[in-house]
Design a protein around this ligand. Structure first.
Ligand code: 5GP
Length: 198
């Protein structure tokens, strides 16, 4: 099963996604391709596949992207190959923006969509400032984008308000657990139970 996690930057999406992957069995992170520069704390192939604009355009042209978008002046995309590879061994979590989420909604079935909200606008601003990754101008741009992004909340199946981190982690894990309990997903496990009754 695919899970899309979206929400404005600074809302704690990546932390939540990382915690779910660390703490649950058989959930994998879909590593995106991006044309953005690698940050000092990031690792090629773990956080992103860092590629140039030409390679990115080639992948789009060749239909290799399940979804892609321009976010804050850089290109980001989820390759079909990455999703296929990770799906082979379990569920897959995509940390993508709302434009990408809309494309995944059109192109896949049964995907679960989770939207992360910060508790308040001021808190988002504070988190972006404290993160220390972006200059003032970039933060202002991210906040402006956030104002537009949050309007899409109603397109999502689940809303997690990331106020207290532990509660938000719990809720994200609960979504994955609940999705795994859905009747059609359980078919394989149900059959032997039924067979044991006959
Ligand atoms: P950052 O540059 O801070 O890592 O990510 C910026 C934004 O790009 C975040 O909102 C993140 O969710 C989004 N993003 C990361 N990977 C992808 C992707 O593959 N597709 C799309 N559409 N957005 C992505």
């Amino acid at each position: 099963m695919l899970f899309v996690v979206s929400g404005p930057s600074g809302c704690g999406k990546s932390t939540l996604v990382r915690r779910v992957i660390q703490e649950m069995d058989d959930v994998h992170f879909s590593v995106s391709h991006t044309t953005r520069k690698k940050r000092p704390t990031e690792e090629e192939g773990r956080d992103y596949y860092f590629i140039d604009g030409h390679k990115f355009q080639d992948m789009v042209r060749n239909g290799r992207m399940l979804e892609w978008a321009e976010v804050h002046g850089h290109f980001y995309g989820t390759s079909r190959g990455e999703v296929k590879k990770k799906s082979a061994s379990g569920d897959v979590l995509l940390d993508i923006d709302v434009q990408g989420a809309a494309q995944v909604r059109e192109r896949t079935k049964k995907t679960q969509f989770i939207f992360i909200l910060p508790p308040r606008f001021q808190e988002l601003k504070k988190r972006l400032e404290q993160r220390g990754e972006d200059d003032e101008e970039t933060i202002a741009r991210r906040l402006k984008t956030a104002q537009k992004e949050i309007r899409h909340y109603s397109d999502f199946d689940y809303i997690v308000i990331n106020d207290k981190l532990e509660q938000a982690v719990f809720e994200c894990k609960a979504v994955v657990t609940a999705a795994r309990c859905r009747m059609p997903v359980r078919q394989k496990e149900i059959l032997p139970v039924l067979a044991s009754f006959s």
